[in-house]
Design a protein around this ligand. Structure first.
Ligand code: ADP
Length: 366
């Protein structure tokens, strides 16, 4: 059984703004779902509807087999982990963890068992008698998470929990959240605008834009096969390269600068079958699959292009070459240092990693 189901969920705010359009997903028990997308795309609204902090305008929200549209947040079997954790300063860690159960009049033996288990999961056992001010920032955050854990919710909800942290702490906390998910074996729904967090944490990513779900897929699938130009541009750093041109009747992609790139059999068949011969398309390739080394160039003569190099960045394990391909930006990611003195270079594509998109619908063709 799915832990959380959203069926045709819409959200229209009282001022008439529709923030979410027809959202559908079935979230399995133990899944880590990340809602990702740029600011204003409707991801927090979706999370807050699951939490019960925003009313659902239409559609169904089912948690643990029960329709909960009209159930109060505290009765929903969910726990929301907020960015700013307000701990009770005068209480010990133990009392902070026990508090929500005490006010719910849970039996004290049961409270003790749950608090000790949460403390063990979070590595807080040695600190149970300390007050919050005697803890580090990271430990305090763990106490806040512990207050959710003791309630045994079906679903944990996270709204951009790492966005206020510096890059290094963000990396550490990302690891903690990943480990927490493993240890708890519960369902997580996590909102972020950061596609790296989405790729590293999620079992499945939901990419949203303008209130609409664009694609729901595993990180690998989303990276390898973005369904439209929006997802292609959103997921992955450095971003996907896009090239404008048209499909020629003899089986080439003719770039706007006149360069001809030969389609492979799969691409030619798909593009011809769908009527794209003679039509404009967008070709897309990740920087990871633009090559400049001699071995790849000799293997891919039919997909060789000329790049005017603007500058390069050396990043230790790899380098990025930034340049222009016939008036369009192109980035190549290569595993070596690169000699910047060479202003015009040859590069090639690994065609099986190249995608084609419809210019009007922006949807993937092949
Ligand atoms: P995200 O979390 O992806 O940044 P939100 O869900 O916060 O996006 O917002 C989605 C859209 O709904 C935005 O256009 C935003 O301005 C609008 N919105 C959010 N909250 C309200 C509100 N309380 N009243 C009216 N419009 C809102």
């Amino acid at each position: 059984m799915s832990d959380v189901i959203l069926r045709n969920v819409n959200k229209i705010y009282p001022n008439g703004v529709q923030a979410v359009f027809d959202f559908n997903i079935e979230i399995e028990h133990g899944e880590f779902i990340v809602l990702a997308g740029p600011s204003g795309c409707g991801k927090s609204t979706t999370l807050r509807m699951i939490a019960g902090l925003e009313e659902i305008s239409s559609g169904d929200l089912i948690i643990n087999g029960k329709r909960v549209n009209d159930v109060a947040p505290r009765d929903r079997d969910i726990a929301m982990v907020f960015q700013n954790y307000a701990l009770y300063a005068h209480m010990t860690v133990y009392q902070n963890l026990a508090f929500s159960l005490t006010i719910r009049k849970v039996d004290s033996d049961e409270i003790h068992v749950r608090v000790m288990k949460a403390a063990e999961i979070l590595g807080l056992t040695p600190y149970l008698n300390r007050k919050p001010k005697q803890l580090s920032g990271g430990q305090r955050q763990r106490v806040a998470v512990g207050r959710s854990i003791v309630r045994n919710p079906v679903v944990f909800l996270f709204d951009e929990p790492l966005s206020n942290l510096d890059a290094k702490l963000r990396g550490t906390m990302r690891k903690e959240i990943m480990l927490l998910h493993k240890r708890l074996n519960s369902t997580f729904v996590y909102v972020t605008h950061d596609q790296i967090e989405a790729l590293t944490l999620a079992d499945r990513i939901v990419v949203m834009a303008d209130g609409r779900v664009q694609q729901i897929a595993s990180p690998k699938e989303m990276f390898d096969c973005p369904v439209n130009l929006f997802v292609a541009g959103f997921i992955g750093t450095p971003p996907m390269n896009f090239y404008n041109g048209e499909i020629t009747p003899d089986g080439y992609f003719l770039h706007i600068d006149g360069t001809k790139i030969k389609l492979n059999d799969t691409q030619r068949e798909a593009l011809f079958d769908k009527g794209y011969a003679g039509k404009r398309v967008v070709m897309a390739s990740r920087p990871d699959y633009v090559f400049v080394d001699d071995a790849m160039l000799s293997e891919n003569v039919d997909s060789t292009i000329q790049i005017d190099v603007d500058y390069t960045e050396f990043l230790g394990a790899y380098s990025l070459i930034y340049g222009m391909f016939g008036g369009e930006n192109i980035i190549a990611k290569i595993n070596d240092r690169f000699d910047t003195s060479n202003r015009q270079i040859k590069a090639c594509f690994e065609m099986k990693k190249v995608h084609f998109y419809d210019v009007d619908s922006t949807n993937v063709i092949v």
